[in-house]
Design a protein around this ligand. Sequence first.
Ligand SMILES: Nc1ncnc2c1ncn2[C@@H]1O[C@H](COP(=O)(O)OP(=O)(O)O)[C@@H](O)[C@H]1O
Ligand SMILES: [Mg+2]
Length: 296
Amino acid sequence: MKKGLLIGFTKWQTECAYKIYSEYFAKHNIKLDLLQIDEYVLAIDNGKPSLNVDEFDFCIMLVKDQYISTLFEKQGKLCFNTYKAMSSSDDKFLTFVKLAENNIPLPKTLSGNTDFDGLNLAEYKRSEEFKNKVEAYLGYPFVAKPTFGYGGKGVTIINNRNEFDSFIKNIGQEAYLYQEFIHDNPGIDIRVMVVGGKVIFSIMRKNSNSFISNVSSGGCAIKFEATQEQKQIAIKVTKILGLEHCAVDFFNTEDGKPLLCEVNANAGGIEINEQLTGINQAEKFVGYIIKKVYKQ
Ligand SMILES: Nc1ncnc2c1ncn2[C@@H]1O[C@H](COP(=O)(O)OP(=O)(O)O)[C@@H](O)[C@H]1O
Ligand SMILES: [Mg+2]
């Protein structure tokens, strides 16, 4: 029997996606099993992993898990997305390091607080000397955001030295980056959804009450067609990062020129996006996986 495994984290993330994906696979006589990593303990016992991947032909990762990815990849089985590609987009600064020097328009961005505490680096990243450097590079206002953030959580505008001082005092150990504030159309971003190197749709997200456009932070998704240039850049980004299913987000610049905000390996909102665009990203993704795994 043809069979795949969906890896998710929490019922909230997993339940709805599993229902949609498993129905599309069933139409092609492919069974999809579910593994929720927060309810499962992966063990190596007697030299064997507790998860036997022999019976699965592929794996869909809604959440990054290098151990499960490695079990699949060790056997030459495909993971969508690969662990490596997901890591490149999970870390917003690593995304920019990988994309730099490829003619991708990127906002000026500095690596800030890191979770690496070698050589007192964390202490330096809190020092007056470092703050002076950030100020000189970016000027005020600038944006601080968690390097591994999502849903707009922790994205903060910093308007002056006082705010910067108290921000630094309160950030704890979390990794943060600093970025120039993009003044054009705050609270709006443009999302281009790419599956298997093809744009399947684009939308806009708009928040009238905040500069953070994420739907989970109060934004709403609306119909929008990205420019050809934005679509071409989005495709290029996914190729460089090796992502087969992802959302590439752009700022909404005054002149319409592409300016990358960030890349999401696992963008949700499948149902809302379908209502707006008539296109179901899960169906497109399933079609792509079947073609690649079973050469159908
Ligand atoms: N440099 C910036 N200038 C202006 N607005 C920004 C900037 N960075 C992020 N935003 C706003 O905040 C939102 C969330 O930031 P983003 O980098 O996408 O992180 P997340 O992973 O939390 O979605 C963006 O969609 C955008 O609306
Ligand atoms: Mg975002």
